[in-house]
Ligand binder design. Sequence first.
Ligand code: PEP
Ligand code: MG
Length: 557
Amino acid sequence: MKKIIGLAVSSGIAIGYAKLVRKEKLLIKRKTIQNHEIEEELLRFETSVNQVVKDIDILIEDLSHSKVNKEILTTHKMILHDPEFSIKITKLISNELYSLENAINEHFSSLVELFNNMNNEYFSLRSQDYQDVADRLLAHLLKQEKDYFEKLDENSILILENITPSEVTKAFEKKIKGFCTEKGSKNSHSSIIARSMNLPSVSGISKILSIIKEDQLIIIDGSKGLLIITPDEKTLKEYRELFQKEEDEKNKLQKLKNIESRTKDGKRILLMCNIEIPEELEQVLKYKSDGIGLFRTEFLFIGRSELPYENEQYEIYKKIAESCAPKPVIIRTIDVGGDKLSKILNIEHEENPNLGCRGIRISLENIPVFKTQIRAILRANSKANVKIMFPMISSVDEVKKAKEIIEICKNELEKEKITFNPEIEIGAMIEIPSAALTSDSIAEECDFLSIGTNDLIQYTLAVDRDNQTVASYYQPNHPAVIKLMKTTIINAHRKGAKVAICGEMASEPEFIPILIGLGIDELSVSPGKIFLVKNEILKCDLPKSAKEVETKYNLKE
Ligand code: PEP
Ligand code: MG
């Protein structure tokens, strides 16, 4: 038996047999062309892109039952239609005399490598999508389509170097138990999809394809990021029991779908979902959550060569808002660090982006970009269920400035006679200690506050939230964090504003009694955790939890 710790990407237990996938590099025989072949090669380029787009369209039609897959395929079409892609390939063929296959390989390999080597989660997020598109095009050109998934069955655990988003959905459709990869990050498109499909997975295990042998019995413990190879009888028995317990628990929890989330003593706690990509909407609706408490809009700005237009944003926000109406949808304005946007906003590289131009700062430094987003949000509020939320607020002045921009946008839309809804609630995220400590004045300017514990913990305890080496210092229930949350809740309630928690802490059952005891009004959690959290809310007794928290953390008002 061998135990290996990797990156906990998607929780759940999987017990099954290893199926190793070694993706062979597609063999490109002809690397260069002659001058007279340029025209023909460019024509081949156009035809092959058109053909692959057609193939994707057929898949989209076929997969009408799977919205997630549809959205991914649509992203792939966007990559193929990106004008920069066409310019780059044309240049490689015309100026460098690359063969089409070589040009495609060169273009996508350098993109994928660049993103992966950036050591920046946000940029590496989309590299798998690019790899996916490259594979599709090359397989089409070289007619070497390979179905790695043919050998999989319901007892398989997929082992591979990396997995593309479409492969995750394909694997899910094959009903495999889970997957482990060498490369990958918690927030990659593939990982997000694995989580929303409740597919256990662990990544970050180096040399995984030489450690594990075909058909070896393995266990994935997704929440611990643990991989067990050839478990002994005792471990296997323990995990079989644990798996069964989790399954029973899951089935039991499904029954909570139509039950309102209230504490035992009757306080209604709105239980909403966090989403990062529109594909997750399906889960939000399926699990009957109370709405979307945090719609992260970063996906619109990352890994792209141009900024998203107002209409593109409007269509996406509108679709989500209308599908959820009358339940609320809180759209958070752009929250990426300076370095993560530098490609499309020309911002200088920053040594310490977490303390640099990120969150609301980036919007206030790039007013036209901010205005485009605000206008799209205002227009998408036709059902009056949309709210705007500002990230990384450090002082009330930023809220005031941001609100001024909202007013400017309203005036502009009015003048342009574009339909929008001027009645919109405004909220601020409390995720910096300075914001928590001045939450009285921030709440004065807002309709609601939402505590982003992921960053609040990071900035309060001076611990990088993504650095595994200091993970033990990252303590959500550290007294300093609890005190800042309590201060925020008291201040907000005094001003008549509701308070939500939308950081990962709200998705962890052990912290629910603390959060409820502190007096929060709403929780926003990842869709897969909704029933687990609801179960804890139902068990909670507010006066008892309040007393316990007050005593434990010495929180007398
Ligand atoms: C947070 O910081 O808790 C939060 C919800 O925002 P993000 O994780 O997107 O930084
Ligand atoms: Mg945050």
